[in-house]
Design a protein around this ligand. Structure first.
Ligand code: PMP
Length: 401
């Protein structure tokens, strides 16, 4: 047993009366370790001041902390610090790329390739670009086990393909993309590759230089950090080409009513007072995750996924979705039990799962179901969580007769 016994670091993993809460919805948002909560409290308390503008020392120190968070984020994913833009989250990061790079580099008749398993936040921003530019969207199918089919991707790519935007790890199926191979294929037609790393960043060691992608996005709140902040990484030469996203303070070089000039990236894309305390807390989250190590986190989650898939796979009224080596996430359905009913009954036993379409309706259509039940693990998950889920499923069956 390799689970990590980290529950005590997470005050959120207890119920109001102090009992263990079996939180199996980490793919939606992760619970926060005390180290992150403390860092956020200090940043809002004794260390609090604005960044980039103050002449007093507290502000200068906070500016150093904010920029240190950018450096740490860049290092965490193998990029350069001047290539990391802080955004509100992955959704805003993808919209930023769509509205700036997309609206200037994609034109009528060009093609944007997405896959069947994408989260709505990696579909809708591209539909908006396609509607406004006259570009077309191609959908890359999945293999039978639920991975993005790179053979099919290769066949879809052509001289008009400008952008391929893919989930690095599926939030429903847990399937892991061979990102390096995808990058090589996409670059063979001189298109750009955006990876949605929301579910990958908390589970896999990311090295954007090694992968060779062009854009990488993730949200801090799924990485044991706070809501309200996420990151866009893009190659510097691409960021340099991109016009601003939002106008306002902090993103300018010089403003006159005749003409305004803009700051270089990444500041060009960070209009307004940024998420200061959130950046400091994201730094603390990355430190926490790396102090445990992504290899150990992945090993723990894999052990739990394998056990849960084996146990559920042995039940003849259960359908399992996704590949057997899914990363941290298990989606399933029980014959005759709606996932929402299962979720409600499990809640009575302090087990929290997600039931629904997981913001991936095209994937639900592909699977032929309106919803799935989804159990997702985090670095604090252990066998007691799987035990509680299995007991809850047995109880649900008794209730449904
Ligand atoms: N992509 C994936 C794969 C996700 O799981 C999520 C969050 N469910 C998002 C994008 C959107 O992230 P956020 O809501 O933090 O912007």
């Amino acid at each position: 047993m390799t689970t990590l016994s980290l529950r005590d670091d997470f005050p959120g993993l207890r119920t109001a009366d102090g009992k263990p809460w079996h939180y199996l919805d980490t793919a939606a948002t992760a619970q926060k370790p005390q180290a992150v909560i403390g860092a956020m409290a200090r940043a809002l308390g004794e260390d609090y001041a604005t960044v980039h503008r103050g002449v007093y020392s507290r502000s200068a120190e906070m500016t150093l902390r904010y920029e240190a968070a950018r450096r740490r984020t860049a290092e965490f994913i193998g990029g350069r610090e001047d290539e990391v833009v802080f955004t509100r989250g992955a959704t805003e990061a993808i919209n930023l790329v769509a509205q700036t790079w997309g609206m200037t580099q994609i034109g009528e008749g060009d093609r944007i390739v997405l896959s069947t398993l994408e989260h709505h936040s990696n579909i809708v921003p591209w539909q908006m670009v396609a509607e406004r530019t006259g570009a077309q969207i191609d959908v890359c199918p999945l293999t039978e086990s639920g991975e993005i089919d790179l053979g099919a991707l290769e066949a879809l790519l052509g001289p008009r393909t400008r952008l391929v935007a893919l989930g690095h790890v599926s939030n429903v199926l847990g399937s892991v993309l061979d990102a390096k191979r995808a990058a090589a294929l996409v670059h063979s037609v001189s298109a750009k590759l955006l990876l949605d790393g929301c579910q990958a960043a908390p589970r896999l060691k990311i090295d954007v230089a090694d992968i060779g992608c062009d854009f990488y996005v993730f949200s801090a709140h799924k990485l044991y950090g706070p809501t309200g902040i996420g990151a866009l990484w893009a190659r510097r030469e691409i960021l340099d080409q991109m016009p601003p996203y939002q106008g306002g303070g902090a993103m300018i070089d010089r403003v006159t009513f005749e003409k305004t000039t803009y700051a270089p990236p990444p500041q060009r894309f960070e209009a307004g007072t940024p998420a200061i305390a959130e950046a400091v807390a994201l730094h603390a989250a990355i430190d926490y995750v790396e102090s445990i190590g992504l290899a150990r986190i992945h090993a723990t989650e894999t052990e739990l996924v394998e056990r849960l898939r084996t146990e559920l796979g042995a039940m003849n009224d259960v359908t399992l979705f996704g590949p057997s080596d899914s990363a941290g996430i298990v989606s399933f359905a029980i014959d005759g039990v709606h996932p929402h009913d299962l979720g409600t009954i499990l809640d009575e036993s302090s087990v929290a799962i997600r039931a629904g379409h997981h913001c991936a309706q095209p994937l639900m259509d592909h699977l032929g179901v309106p919803a799935t039940a989804r159990a997702s693990f985090g670095l604090y998950s252990d066998h007691s969580d799987v035990d509680a889920l299995l007991e809850g499923i047995a109880r649900t069956r008794r209730i449904f007769g």
